[in-house]
Design a protein around this ligand. Structure first.
Ligand SMILES: Cc1ncc(COP(=O)(O)O)c(C=O)c1O
Length: 432
């Protein structure tokens, strides 16, 4: 059988476009293999929070709710747009992390969320709803590999790089602002992908930097759609850094700018495999209910014709928690615990990364999220260094972007036990 004869154009070309043997998943497999050979191997490849014994950090209240679900609650279909009570409760849950003075505006200017299959599913239906192949999407130099898979390779948007991270490892919005201004002259319509805390760099903007972005967006004269990938929202460990989604700051800013906020249970509730994402669309103007309804219906139709309805059990379990005062208090404590575990690791790895001297590494100014990130100062490739680190007992993911010269190493400290962090930094800083 010649398989090729049976395949669509996309199927025929998929080997050249989507590479499952590269990126995070592949480095995770290599790390797993190496950990079987080498005692004391430290696996810092995957972005899921783990406790100090190496088990997934979960929230006991959510696990218990899941255990108590009936067959009906687990296995009946969910409403395509998400269970109504759940999406209302999710919106409330999201908005409580916004600054008080922005909550009312954020609510007025936005739709109800609609559910998706994970955050990835949310990114995908949003891309399909708003963009045609060939349209421009500004993408950061430091970005999650699946951004390329979903938007640039699958949906065939035209990626335009902006340097979120400069060569000294600082975040700034100057290049993004310049690119937005340029694109607003050259393009008919513009997409902007933003992801904070950022994967892989672990960076979030300060309030001053946010003002630069707001000022640029306020002046935009062409239609623009901002895709806010809020996978890691809230995990911010430093003062004067925006510790919540940019959503409430960007809605109502300019009638030409639409903001799609994509978040989910994966990281917010440590429910990675539950595959629940949500998309909330915010407008630049005070949209009427009819318009909000229309946008949500549009996303529902795309979901219906692609990924279908979302998982039900996780919605039921979270809804029981959100609507029960005691359970709500419990899960808030558990969320805080997860935050504190990650913050402690952050503080330790940050301190060690800045104290130690490396011949080849320059730590980026990471301040949030699940990762620390190190630029390589020499001409060596991060992939090459990654292989050496693997040999010496540390699994990392190299993030290399040949188009814009980004060449660095991501360490997922979210999954390193506290006591292993000094050893991880030792290996990292003594390998070249
Ligand atoms: C920036 C970013 N967005 C989205 C996701 C995927 O989220 P989900 O597992 O809910 O699809 C990840 C996961 O690693 C991520 O790093």
């Amino acid at each position: 059988m010649i398989l090729r004869n049976y395949l669509s154009n996309k199927g025929q070309n998929i080997d050249e476009t989507i590479d499952l043997s590269a990126g995070t998943l592949a480095w995770n497999l290599r790390a797993k293999k190496r950990s079987r050979e080498l005692e004391g191997f430290i696996d810092a490849t995957i972005g899921s929070g783990c406790d100090n014994e190496g088990s997934l950090l979960t929230m006991p209240t959510l696990v218990e709710e899941f255990n108590n679900l009936s067959g009906n609650q687990l296995f009946r279909y969910s409403h395509l747009r998400g269970m109504s009570d759940f999406v209302h409760a999710w919106k409330k849950d999201t908005m409580k992390s916004f600054p008080n003075h922005l909550v009312e505006k954020a609510d007025q200017y936005s739709t109800l969320p609609i559910t998706s299959i994970g955050i990835t599913g949310g990114l995908s239906i949003t891309g399909e709803a708003f963009f045609n192949p060939g349209e421009a999407l500004l993408v950061p130099n430091s970005r999650w590999g699946n951004v390329d898979n979903v938007f640039l390779k699958n949906q065939q948007l035209r990626g335009i790089n902006y340097n979120l991270l400069d060569e000294n490892g600082y975040l700034n919005f100057n290049d993004l602002s310049a690119q937005i201004k340029r694109a607003s002259i050259e393009e008919k319509k513009l997409g902007i992908y933003l992801n904070f805390p950022n994967n892989p760099s672990g960076i979030s903007p300060s309030f001053e930097q946010l003002e630069i972005l707001k000022e640029t967006l306020s002046g935009l004269k062409k239609p623009a759609i901002i895709i806010l990938d809020d996978a890691y929202e809230g995990f911010v460990y430093e003062e004067n850094v925006v510790d919540h989604s940019l959503f409430p700051h960007l809605v109502g800013l300019n009638e030409n700018v639409i903001v799609a906020k994509i978040d989910g249970a994966s990281k917010r509730y440590c429910a990675y495999g539950a595959r629940l994402g949500l998309v909330t669309v915010g407008f630049g103007f005070e949209a009427e209910d009819k318009e909000k309804f229309q946008v949500r219906e549009l996303l529902a139709k795309i979901a219906r014709s692609t990924t279908s309805s979302p998982p039900r059990g996780i919605q039921e379990a979270l809804l029981h928690i959100f609507t029960n005062e005691k359970k709500n208090e419990q899960i808030e404590k558990e969320k805080k615990h997860v935050f504190e575990v990650l913050k402690n690791r952050y503080l330790l790895i940050k301190k060690l990364s800045e104290e130690e001297e490396s011949k080849i590494l320059l730590p980026a100014k990471f301040n949030s999220g699940f990762f620390s990130y190190y630029l390589i100062k020499t001409h060596q490739s991060a992939v090459e260094i990654g292989s050496k680190l693997l040999e010496r007992g540390l699994g990392i993911v190299p993030f290399v972007n040949n188009e814009n010269g980004l060449n660095g190493i991501r360490v997922a400290y979210c999954s390193i036990a506290d006591e292993d962090i000094p050893k991880a930094i030792d290996i990292l800083y003594s390998t070249y």
